[in-house]
Design a protein. Sequence first.
Length: 456
Amino acid sequence: MQSIIDVPSNVSDHVRDIRRSGVRTIFRYYNHRNSTRLPTKRIEPAEAEAVTEAGMSLAVVFQQRGGAEGHIEDLDRENGLADARRALELAQQLGQPHGSAIYFAVDHDYFRNSEIARIKPYFQAVRETINGAYRVGCYGSGTVGGAMVRAGFVDLIWLAGATGWSGTRDMLETDAWALFQKELHKTWPGGAFTYDGNVLNPRFNDFGQFTLGAALAGERPVPATTIMTVIARSGLKVRRGPGTEFDEVRTLPFGTLVTALSRNGSWVRVDLESDGAADGFMHGDFLKITSGGFSDDPGTSGNRRPIDVAREELARDVREVPGSGSNPRIVMYHATTSTGAAGDEVAWCSSFMNYCVEQAGMTGTNSKWAMSWHEMDWGAEVTNNPRDGDIVVFRRRNGSASGPVAGGHVAFWLSETTSHVSILGGNQSNRVRISSYPKRGMMGGQFYEILSIRRP
């Protein structure tokens, strides 16, 4: 699941599930009128309040028809004035804060010089009417978006998911675009609604999103996504593991865009479904980075530590899904281990730790077994001199200090008292949270004892 989705229908009844899935921002629509096919396409104030109360931000795009199917007459100066005035009216009704953005859609592949010349007056009229109250965005092809930015009429480019549209692939290889609609025509579990998934350009701290009462400019809302392109002329195999000895899953043709999760030597772990779970490995020599990069690339990792990643996940409020379903983000944590993705009913503290370590550009234990961090002698042992961000490994026994071993637990060390440690970890009361654990003592019918503390 991408962290930014666009949805053409009211999602008020589903905001809690959407938030639990890892979504941070929902794009919704402004328009003049809804259609019979999409009777709730336009966002209303009650829905905006529900999204905000669920802990997510909003972004908006104006689209009535937007020139779809070649109706370029939608994109003249007169319509630019009318669309911008209507957008301002709806923004005021919604309570959209000034300084956020309103995107305007060009929903067709216009690429001829004569077509671009006809579209420019539309965005010029939008810019004049908005008059600095909001940033102006353009949804469409790379050619259209680039031309409007160069003309000074647009601040932000949102690339439509049709990668065959003029200039889009070229634009993706620059740092000029803010958003890319990478995943199209997805259906929410149970068929509740359809949506598209979007990725954010790493150069942009924000893309004009907001909550009611506050724009979020300057605050990065989601981790950057790495997009790579298959450059093997005859296609490239996806394998179950990082080596030619692993079975082939499928072959992707030349030019396919894939989401890269991490690197393992010469191999790249990829997500083909954009659900956060790994689908296999592809050889990095035949993949070209189109956007983003890896945290262990020279010059990009900076001082980011595994615990920094953990704190980002804490801010997401990741927790298990009640009932038979699984939180796709926890499934993604499991996918970083050698035995692959699993449901959130499987103990996931070690999978969470592997994810955090891997996102910081390191190699974890690749094991779901919590005590693997102690048994594999991972990192440096600093049990007698721990500090914030070290990794503490527990053994737990059933019932008492002499009871049978029931497993372990692994988390990040934050602070300590004489008898307890404050730790940040996954699968603590079925969520990512900060908790207090005994250094050696009973908690919830289990006897915990620290085996060691490891330093990344």
